[in-house]
Design a protein around this ligand. Sequence first.
Ligand SMILES: Cc1cc2nc3c(=O)[nH]c(=O)nc-3n(C[C@H](O)[C@H](O)[C@H](O)COP(=O)(O)OP(=O)(O)OC[C@H]3O[C@@H](n4cnc5c(N)ncnc54)[C@H](O)[C@@H]3O)c2cc1C
Length: 479
Amino acid sequence: MASGEKETVIVWFRQDLRLSDNPALHYAHQTGANIVPVFILDDDNAQEWKRGGASRVWLHHALKSLSASLSNNLVVKSGSPEDILKNLAQTHKATTIFWNRCYEPWRIKRDTHLKTALEETGINTKRYNGCLLWEPWAIKKKDGTPYKVFTPFYKKGCLNAEQPRAPLPAPNDINFANNLSGHNVEALNLLPEKTWATDVIQHWDISEAGAKKRLYDFLSDGLHNYKEGRNHPSQNNVSRLSPYLHFGMISPNECWYAALEKGSIENWEKDRDHFLSELGWREFSYHLLFHFPHITWDNLNPKFNNFPWSDEPSDELKRWQKGLTGYPIVDAGMRELWQTGYMHNRVRMIVGSFLVKNMMTHWHQGEQWFWDTLFDADLANNSASWQWIAGCGADAAPYFRIFNPILQSQKFDPDGEYIKKYVPELKDLDAKHIHAPWDAPPLILAEAGITLGKEYPEPMMDHSKARDRALEAFQTTKT
Ligand SMILES: Cc1cc2nc3c(=O)[nH]c(=O)nc-3n(C[C@H](O)[C@H](O)[C@H](O)COP(=O)(O)OP(=O)(O)OC[C@H]3O[C@@H](n4cnc5c(N)ncnc54)[C@H](O)[C@@H]3O)c2cc1C
């Protein structure tokens, strides 16, 4: 529905694949101009951080859904944003490009250059915060330096700063520019030729409506007892909003204000505040990535630079990836990841500690596997979390605090419910033995139909020996 003389502007969708609370779209719409909505797949600038396999699958479905919400007007391109945007601006005589900021180091570099290049050709750019509650540069210590410890970052920094923006409404009756072309999401070739991709998405409704439903279902069924329940992978106390937040199919602002309201009405302050603080951890990861962009690959704490981690692919690594370590809670987590594109946070910590401490494998290997297999693979959260679990990051778990996968399993999955869901070979093993099947008497194993090494693997290593080895290696960080 466009008319000839009206001004035209471009809205460049990036990690904000939504109509609600999308500042770039909102302010573009407010100009009253005709809109060219565009998404550009930019693997060349992303280089080693181009999206992994699972993210590409999610992106495919997210774009299909966004395009449908835009009455199939989304222009979908692959290639150099500079060339594509200049071309689109020329074709549609667009004067201004609206976008929401991204904070990955490669995107900051690209966008800084792009802004100048576009403005030199007379195209204005308007940029907004659509992805974070607080801009990473807005939260600083009194001396002007960035925080490296979460609690003061969140409590002194964020909670004392300006309130996050209240969510903006989705625009209705968008006027699209005439003669838009190139709407074929399939042309991006984001889907692999594997049935895995069809199986794994069945666990999700990859749409903006699906994101909202998940938020409101969580607020009704999961927020109460979140603080404690979030540690138990078989309980329904986490939101599973992370992929939607990563792709911007829902804004953190909407999650923040909805949780604030629900938690306050119901007097669930403790759970409400804990959930808000987890959104705060997401802010903290972005803050770290912005101020210390090398954390994607280099240890934030250089004392770990000589740590004797193995950084090569190995059979042990393959067993970890496939969920065949012989440690049931680790295997359940790795299989949850493969089957659903998601893993519960408690289990991410257990499998992460197992990789970097029990297996003495570099966190890079874990980071890369997660990058390829998580639907919520996020450069800020993934890098900061792997560094945290490896002990070399900001505010990291001290290296000597080594998660015991058996005790963690007994404590957080006492009946083995989560294990049985993802490691069905162990479904007939009782709660006492399911956490360490190698300690079960042969009769019990036989009754459960298990021969170790046959139906289910022998444990990959002895935890206490692995622990001693890791602690010895930790001495290298003290020199
Ligand atoms: C080794 C490791 C790797 C990780 N990699 C990623 C990643 O690539 N992408 C990612 O989004 N998260 C990552 N996390 C953080 C965390 O595990 C997930 O954000 C969380 O499990 C998502 O589930 P949820 O949406 O149900 O969380 P909820 O408990 O419902 O929390 C709500 C939101 O808060 C944020 N959040 C929660 N916990 C954390 C946390 N510890 N750090 C940062 N943000 C948090 C997420 O955006 C999440 O969606 C990683 C954690 C570990 C230990």
